[in-house]
Design a protein around this ligand. Structure first.
Ligand code: 6PG
Length: 253
């Protein structure tokens, strides 16, 4: 299935449009399965979608107790660290809504990245309990993209990109600080029902053009390898990030 690209005027409207879709997918998942499973990324993503989700929350349009929040990637730092994705989401979203604390996965970073990855994968196995050899199927995985085309903590040329068996892998050499992280692997991301990228800023325009035009230019960029096997892929981008999506890229989509 080809990706759907939703271009909004600016960062704020991009976040609002993405929040609309998150709220829609959460309601859809709840109506079908009575639960919503979402994996969040770090960076500017949560800050961009939080205002829209808080607006829905004020209108009691979100069934927060049905939300189960996990991480597309997380840094191996204390939850109180300014580098923690959990801490960032807590600050911008979680502490403002009736999301059950027990429904938000908190990384056991004190185990180090290898131990934290093993524990996270163990938890996911117990939670999703798919048939043997199958991958977990999140309702939604929310991703950002770096200027180098990385996503989650999957970086260009890193061995984590080639993982085909493990659900979660550790890093101790992330080129984006902090170095110690855990990340969902591509097989898990590509088994999601829905994957949404939220990307803004002119700095992302070159990578976005490469990623969305899967020719040799974009070959191998991590974000370009996100392609749900049986799911939907949407990019919510602002005009600055989309500025190079004219012309040849449209022939690729
Ligand atoms: C992380 C993120 C990472 C982020 C991108 C984009 O933990 O660092 O998961 O993949 O989403 O680097 O970040 P920005 O949107 O802030 O540029």
């Amino acid at each position: 299935m080809k990706p759907e690209i939703i271009v909004s005027a600016d960062r704020e409207s991009t976040g609002a449009a993405a929040a609309d879709q998150v709220a829609f997918l959460a309601a859809q998942a709840f109506s079908v399965r009575g639960i919503f499973t979402m994996a969040l990324s770090g960076g500017s993503l949560v800050e961009m979608i939080a205002p829209g989700l808080l607006e829905y929350s004020r209108k009691s349009a979100i069934k927060w107790p049905a939300w189960n929040v996990f991480w597309a990637d997380e840094r191996c730092v204390p939850l109180t660290s300014p580098d923690s994705n959990y801490g960032l989401a807590q600050q911008h979203l979680f502490r403002h809504v009736p999301l059950l604390e027990t429904n938000i996965y908190a990384l056991e970073e004190e185990r180090g990245s290898e131990g934290a990855a093993e524990e996270y994968e163990r938890f996911l196995h117990a939670f999703f309990a798919p048939p043997p050899g199958r991958f977990p199927r999140f309702d939604l995985i929310l991703l950002g993209m770096g200027e180098d085309g990385h996503t989650a903590s999957l970086f260009p040329g890193h061995s984590a990109l080639d993982e085909t068996r493990r659900w979660v892998v550790p890093l101790s050499d992330s080129p984006k600080p902090p170095p110690g992280r855990v990340t969902l692997t591509l097989p898990v991301i590509n088994h999601a029902r829905n994957v949404i990228f939220v990307t803004a800023g002119a700095g992302k325009a070159p990578a976005l053009a490469k990623v969305l035009c899967p020719g040799p230019r974009g070959k191998g960029l991590p974000a370009q390898r996100v392609f749900p096997i049986d799911g939907n892929l949407q990019w919510f981008v602002d005009a600055d990030a989309a500025e190079q999506l004219e012309g040849p890229v449209h022939e690729c989509l």
